[in-house]
Design a binder for this molecule. Sequence first.
Ligand SMILES: [Zn+2]
Length: 120
Amino acid sequence: MKKQDLEEIKAILLEQKQELMDTAKATLEGDLGIAVDDLPDEMDLASAEYDHAMNFRLRGREKTLIKKIDLALERMDVGEYGLCEECGEEITAKRLKARPVTTLCIRCKQEQERREKEYT
Ligand SMILES: [Zn+2]
């Protein structure tokens, strides 16, 4: 993959992650009735609790997606990003831009969906 494509996809991933974190934070702030960024320094002690609460908020779909984004970023770091987990072929940049967390090329994905259909 071209370096430029990689950079572009990385920006998409980081943006998606930020959005997810913001959503979680907004939910948390709504519950607490305060803006988390406005907490005074002496509230640092509560940061462990805050992390816990944040984690608690990040459940289900968001959590899974953030995990996938982190994994994609990790794979980028080690130079394995964009390679299909199934067959090792390069996934097209076009597909990755549309769905940056994907780990399967279009062929393997279709194959997987076909198998899933058969077993359900
Ligand atoms: Zn594949």
